[in-house]
Design a protein around this ligand. Structure first.
Ligand code: PEP
Length: 241
């Protein structure tokens, strides 16, 4: 799976152009999902752009709220996301954990909301730089993974995104990524009875480091922010997968 996270960037016209160009440039493989997560206000039109040209690009939301209906100003629920056939949702991105004070309880509620709505989850985890420097990453990630259960894992992809690597230009080294992905997979295997869970990497992935990161057997794809906004770069990275 190769995922483009637009965060709070772009216009409706930018997204239409991106969908058209990526759809032309990628050598699409059914086993490698190609996903765009546009800003929420463009989800509906993004679905229309995809449908208009019968693009293989799939739609992901950057947001889902935990309540099913009612008094939550600005909220988006799973039923709304299903209205335009949203296939994936990002949950637990470090920016939302930080700025929206998301914790295990609120993330659990979001997971329930996505699962009840039949939307596949990309669950983001990752350690801050002080945890990385102290060599305490695995304990930190274990705590973040603790809220998952075997039912979730049937329909979930983990995105390992060290916070110190997001948007900083400091991608993690491939040997480090391999170690951490191996740890996550082994940890989750115990919960899901040896079933394989996909783990993708995110954090300053660019055209010059994507091939090496993807060459690792423990990396099942990429979640890309900044570099993915450029359709040419994103397509080239997709074609390396
Ligand atoms: C992200 O937004 O999840 C991300 C990894 O961003 P960037 O690729 O810009 O580091």
């Amino acid at each position: 799976m190769i995922v483009s996270n637009w965060k709070m960037n772009g216009t409706k016209a930018d997204i239409e152009l991106w969908i058209n160009e990526v759809s032309n440039k990628i050598e699409y493989k059914t086993e490698v999902n190609c996903v765009i997560c546009p800003p929420s206000c463009y989800l509906d039109s993004t679905r229309s752009f995809i449908t208009k040209i019968n693009s293989p690009v799939q739609l992901g939301s950057q947001e889902i709220d935990s309540t099913h209906q009612g008094a939550l100003t600005g909220g988006i629920n799973g039923q709304m996301l299903n209205d335009f056939s949203t296939e994936f949702v990002l949950i637990g991105h470090s920016e939302q954990r930080h700025y929206l004070n998301e914790d295990g309880v609120s993330l659990r509620a979001k997971l329930d909301s996505a699962i009840d709505s039949g939307i596949s989850v990309i669950f983001c985890i990752g350690e801050p730089s002080e945890v990385y420097s102290n060599g305490d990453t695995k304990n930190f990630l274990t705590n973040q993974l603790d809220i998952l259960n075997s039912e979730d894992l049937a329909n979930i992809t983990i995105a390992y995104e060290p916070i110190w690597a997001i948007g900083t230009g400091l991608s993690a080294k491939t040997t480090y990524i391999e170690d951490i992905h191996g740890f996550i997979k082994n940890h989750l295997k115990k919960i899901v009875n040896n079933k394989k869970v996909s783990v993708v990497y995110g954090g300053s992935v660019k055209l010059n480091n994507a091939e090496e990161i993807l060459s690792s057997d423990s990396v099942d794809g990429l979640l890309i922010g900044g570099a993915s906004l450029d359709s040419e770069t994103f397509s080239k990275i997709y074609n390396l997968s």
